[in-house]
Ligand binder design. Sequence first.
Ligand SMILES: Nc1ncnc2c1ncn2[C@@H]1O[C@H](COP(=O)(O)OP(=O)(O)OP(=O)(O)O)[C@@H](O)[C@H]1O
Ligand SMILES: O=P(O)(O)OC[C@H]1O[C@H](OP(=O)(O)OP(=O)(O)O)[C@H](O)[C@@H]1O
Length: 222
Amino acid sequence: MAPPIVLALPKGRLLSEALPLLARVGIEPEAAFLDDDSRALRFSTNQPGIELIRVRAFDVATFVAHGAAQIGIVGSDVVAEFGYPELYAPVDLGIGHCRVSLAEPAGLAAEDDPAQWSHVRIATKYPNLTRRHFEDKGVGADIVKLNGAMELAPTLGLADRIVDLVSSGRTLKENGLVEVEVIAQVTARLVANRAAFKTRADVAPLVDAFRAAADPRQAAAA
Ligand SMILES: Nc1ncnc2c1ncn2[C@@H]1O[C@H](COP(=O)(O)OP(=O)(O)OP(=O)(O)O)[C@@H](O)[C@H]1O
Ligand SMILES: O=P(O)(O)OC[C@H]1O[C@H](OP(=O)(O)OP(=O)(O)O)[C@H](O)[C@@H]1O
């Protein structure tokens, strides 16, 4: 018998939006999965052929790309940042809506002309995505990699500008920054390891089940 499919879930903000999808697919995690006091990282479900792991958002992509997990749920921001060829992202799950944007202090924006930039210094947790974006424009980018709280970088002199996720825009506003350019729209994707998708008979049907659960027209018709 084939080992269970390992489904990697991000433990941050996407998890609460992913749980109703899981329920629509018919996957019920064991009780410990929802217990904040549990230190376990690997969980059984009501389906003997499916196990869950709970990892950091960026690590979902890494576990799936390397085949340690066969499928996962991860933001398209993370998929774009890594660009793993082994990661197949066939389903837009329609959750985790936000955007990757370039932002700068309001005072700088008032007199700034992005068309004139030849070199910029950017704080971000998306170094690859940011580098590619500026390369495409022929602008040199000096990148400072951070793991969070990018919004602090301009006022403390770490970088002039940031590339970060924006949803309501509240974090930028409360830190005196304005959005200058939207680099990419973001939603969460169901990702699969390409080799597992091709070689395991149980992976494609599960991907199809997520596709049906994510599509409101199919869900309404069911
Ligand atoms: N403000 C937001 N609105 C909507 N979706 C968001 C927002 N921030 C992040 N996301 C989505 O959720 C994913 C996980 O973000 P989250 O903030 O939970 O994790 P993280 O802080 O990047 O991860 P970790 O805490 O593990 O380092 C992101 O990759 C993105 O796709
Ligand atoms: O436009 P808003 O609605 O304010 O959302 C944007 C914020 O959400 C994310 O941070 P998160 O809260 O996940 O914390 P983080 O800094 O740890 O990533 C992102 O990095 C922004 O800081």
